[in-house]
Design a binder for this molecule. Structure first.
Ligand code: NAD
Ligand code: UD1
Length: 339
């Protein structure tokens, strides 16, 4: 497999993965509708890799346009990143989330079948485990109803993929359940560019450090965790990107459906993250302890043995590396891709 269609390839994880694909000899083709990304990302990819990547500004839900891309390039595999991902927004606009995330996947699978494209990697999330009964989380743990419509689209798409593979056994499906992606490409040319006030911890920290926000609100210090703050499994986006390359190699062995957690296997609390960021960057992060955020769980981290045993992949970077790279991106691009 060489030619890989990357849906959502201008986004945070997609763009980093496109770079890893090129570095590993693949030929990515990007499809993105710019709903949460900027066209200039393609120039950054070229700056890093020296390669011109074919880019189609189209919606994956648009069957005719998608068919044209398949007819031109005949990709052998697809990595499907395209989707809406803001948890809070999904609660306010559930129909947009169900429509975009489900319809894009259905359209993609339909066109893949038409062109006999037999490999798909899907961006799922740890959110499919719902409220964990225990940590670490294993791939064999039950997939529960997610706590919000965004998460529910991930649960539904996992089922859609498995049912499709049942009916079309030549299809290979890799479901990757990401834990908490942070960091940025080490060049400082690509990174996370959230709209408005960041919801996630790392972009909020970097915006405090650069002076855009006054202080971090730590959502609760009364959880049953060592320091009382929430514990998550933060994974560097470059490690995550390389996990996709390892997964494509696995799909070459025609495994049918495979599911992997992509995390580090290590939990980090909010206070530990603040300390790591200060250590990595020398910047102070003022914070205040606030009440718990609705919908948060105390602790969530992965067991990643399966990815190591079956893909030979494990995370190489730690949170200090990720903090350094997040800050490198934020300080070089204070307004993200908006200059
Ligand atoms: P992102 O928003 O940066 O990237 C998604 C990209 O898809 C954007 O460039 C957007 O413009 C594009 N897109 C959305 N709908 C589209 C459509 N219908 N047609 C064409 N393009 C479309 O998000 P990300 O952080 O890079 O996440 C990538 C994937 O990983 C998403 O599916 C997300 O749900 C999943 N994921 C992300 C996280 C995280 O914390 N970032 C965690 C778990 C899973
Ligand atoms: C959140 C989403 C999850 C989604 C994931 C990736 C919620 C409830 N969960 O996960 O569904 O898959 O993002 O996009 O929104 N924190 C603070 N202050 C902040 C921000 C975060 O203390 O300003 C804490 C949180 O309470 C949590 C940790 O930092 O303990 C990580 O938060 P976050 O980055 O939002 O990720 P998740 O909550 O794991």
């Amino acid at each position: 497999m060489r030619k890989i269609l990357v849906t959502g390839g201008l986004g945070f994880i997609g763009s980093t993965t496109v770079v890893s694909l090129i570095e590993n000899g693949y030929e990515p083709i990007i499809v993105d509708n710019l709903s949460n990304s900027k066209e200039m990302v393609i120039d950054r990819i070229k700056q890093i890799t020296g390669k011109e990547v074919p880019l189609y500004i189209i919606d994956v839900c648009d069957e005719e346009n998608l068919r044209t891309v398949f007819a031109k390039h005949h990709p052998e595999g697809v990595i499907h990143f395209a989707g809406l991902k803001a948890v809070g927004e999904s609660v306010e606009k559930p129909l947009s989330y169900y429509e975009n995330n489900l319809l894009s996947t259905l359209t993609l699978l339909k066109v893949m079948k038409e062109f006999d494209c037999r490999n798909i990697v899907f961006s799922s999330s740890a959110t499919v485990y719902g409220i964990p009964q225990r940590v670490p989380l294993y791939e064999s743990d039950p997939v529960n109803h997610a706590t919000n419509p965004y998460g529910e689209t991930k649960v539904m798409i996992e089922h859609i993929l498995m049912d499709t593979q049942d009916a079309w056994p030549e299809l290979n499906v890799a479901i990757l359940r990401y834990f908490n992606p942070i960091g940025a490409h080490p060049s400082g040319l690509m990174g996370e560019d959230p709209n408005g006030i960041p919801n996630n911890l790392m972009p909020y920290i970097t915006q405090v450090a650069i002076g855009k926000r006054e202080y971090l609100r730590v959502w609760g210090n009364d959880y049953p965790t060592p320091d009382g703050t929430g514990v998550r499994d933060y994974i560097h986006v470059v490690d995550l990107a390389n996990g996709h390359v390892a997964t494509l190699k696995k799909l070459d062995t025609n495994p049918g459906v495979v599911i992997y957690n992509l995390g580090t296997g290590k939990g980090t609390s909010v206070l530990e993250m603040i300390t790591a960021f200060e250590k990595a960057t020398g910047k102070k992060v003022p914070y205040q302890i606030c009440p718990r955020r609705a919908g948060d769980v105390a602790e969530n981290y992965a067991n990643c043995d399966k990815a190591y045993n079956e893909l030979g992949w494990k995370a190489q970077y730690d949170i200090v590396d990720a903090c350094r790279d997040s800050w490198n991106w934020q300080s070089k691009n204070p307004n993200g891709y908006n200059k």
